[in-house]
Ligand binder design. Sequence first.
Ligand code: CP
Ligand code: NVA
Length: 300
Amino acid sequence: MKHLLKLGDLTREDILSILNLADQLKFERNNGIIKEYLKGKQLGMIFQKASTRTRVSFEVGISELGGHPLFLSSHDLQIGRGEPVQDTARVLSRYLDGIMIRTFAQQEVEDLAKYGTIPVINGLTDYCHPCQVLADLMTIREYKGTFKGLKMAFVGDGNNMANSLIVGAVKTGMQIAVACPAGYEPDARLVKWGKESGLLTVTSDVDEAVAAADVLYTDVWASMGQEKEKAERERVFSGFQINEKNVKGAKEDVMVMHCLPAHRGEEITDGVFEAHAKEIFDEAENRLHAQKAVMVKLMR
Ligand code: CP
Ligand code: NVA
């Protein structure tokens, strides 16, 4: 494992080994055990989009590991003025030990890895969000003890989260049902791959997707970069919501998850969100432990 560009590049064993390390790092942190696994290492963090969790979890994470974060906003970098990613990659490789990038095009992340000589971590693109799903898998295993025999239902837009959840579920052996409006399905190649595994179903019927689910997952109807489509999406996605009715359709001990930020009253009701706040904020906390595990795996 040289980079984390997308979950599809990782084997099931890579994923489990990151999750095991994340559990260990969480245990150490909770017990005041400080080990500077990345002492003196420099992590550059390029952000072309806003972030709360990703920025803070990586920044705190690298600091706790004995390294140093550099927050690099695209508003300030020359990349924002058109310096090619190929050149940015080669320059940053001379200074840093790793790069985390949040941007629009997946190709930009792939190019950074191709032209640079240091590990690259995808902190979200329009295509996928692997770091979030590693934290999600960690949280599911904490609550359920296993992935075996579980069913996850994702309700909403077939976006970057849906894409990565499909890969994360299939690689760990969970069933996943995606409920989305026609025309808003996840990436076609991933859908084909998921269906071939026998673990993925895609439907526009929310009741069918959530039936007997162990985990309900949702995300915003309009992602970063889709602000202009907001009104149209509110119309198309009404009904693709996690609410009291479809929580009832799931298993009694269902977990409700959300990558956050959440729009209460849109993809999730306030009542369901607050009733499941424990899971949702454990999930957010686990970003820290999962991100630390990824950095230790790649940068040590
Ligand atoms: N879930 C997530 O990635 O949150 P941020 O956009 O705040 O980083
Ligand atoms: N789908 C959302 C996820 C945010 C973490 C977005 O891309 O804006």
